[in-house]
Design a protein around this ligand. Structure first.
Ligand SMILES: C[S@@+](CC[C@H](N)C(=O)[O-])C[C@H]1O[C@@H](n2cnc3c(N)ncnc32)[C@H](O)[C@@H]1O
Length: 221
């Protein structure tokens, strides 16, 4: 029985990262219709908010894999000027829009359906923070650098990526290979502005990254 469940988990995990958009979408719609993600409806006080508030600089936030709208409702209102949330699930986005209405932030929060592996902001749009909050694990490993490079074009000068992810297993506290490998890739390819690992079995980690500056090549002669 354990083997069957483990295989199903493995296949589902694979499809959520590597599957075609239509399958990923269907899987996420089903998950958001059920109780699985209800716990994300209230994440007030999450430690990631302090990082977002510092780096948003009262400016613009792009939230990739925004889910049911927790960040857009719970982040301190004065901390940002405007927010765009992108998610593959329309069910999640309906909840997010409702939540934004309830807290009176329709004027500054906007939600768009899209697959963040392909979605693009309007060419002139620029953000102070581009956030992947528990959503980087759905980016195929070999695409992490390309995806971050592509979104780098939409960072304002001084803008950063903020990535929140759980690195360890919440029962055993042992490092999980996939998120650990993701952290290594991001640390290798980008400048790490901040890294916080919080004291909890699942080791929630926040990485603040900046595109690496090209080394200057001095002209001679
Ligand atoms: C674990 S949930 C996190 C949601 C939210 N960021 C939070 O912290 O509560 C991951 C979210 O990423 C979204 N997602 C996964 N793959 C995606 C993709 N390729 N494009 C857009 N959204 C995606 C899912 O629909 C889901 O809402």
């Amino acid at each position: 029985m354990y083997l069957v469940e483990a295989t199903i988990r493995l296949v589902n995990g694979f499809l959520l990262s590597y599957g075609p958009q239509s399958i990923k979408r269907r899987m996420w719609e089903k998950q958001y219709r059920g109780p699985k993600w209800l716990f994300r409806d209230n994440t007030s006080g999450d430690r990631i908010y302090a990082h977002l508030e510092t780096h948003a600089r009262k400016g613009r936030i792009l939230d990739l894999g925004c889910g049911s709208g927790n960040t857009a409702a719970e982040l301190a209102d004065p901390a940002y000027e405007s927010y765009v949330g992108v998610d593959i699930s329309e069910v999640a986005l309906e909840k997010a829009r409702k939540r934004t209405q309830e807290c009176g932030r329709e004027g500054k929060n906007r939600f768009v359906r899209g697959d963040f592996l392909a979605w693009q902001p309007a060419p002139a749009e620029q953000f102070d923070v581009i956030l992947f909050r528990e959503s980087m694990c759905f980016v195929p490993m070999q695409k992490i650098k390309d995806i971050l490079d592509r979104y780098s074009k939409y960072l304002r000068a001084g803008g950063v990526f903020v990535v929140g992810l759980y690195v360890a297993d919440k029962k055993t506290a042992r490092d999980k290979s996939r998120p650990s490998a993701m952290v290594r890739i991001m640390e290798k390819e980008f400048d790490v502005v901040e890294k916080r690992e919080f004291d909890h079995k699942a080791r929630p980690t926040v990485l603040v990254l900046r595109p690496r500056q090209q080394p200057r090549i001095e002209k001679t002669g």
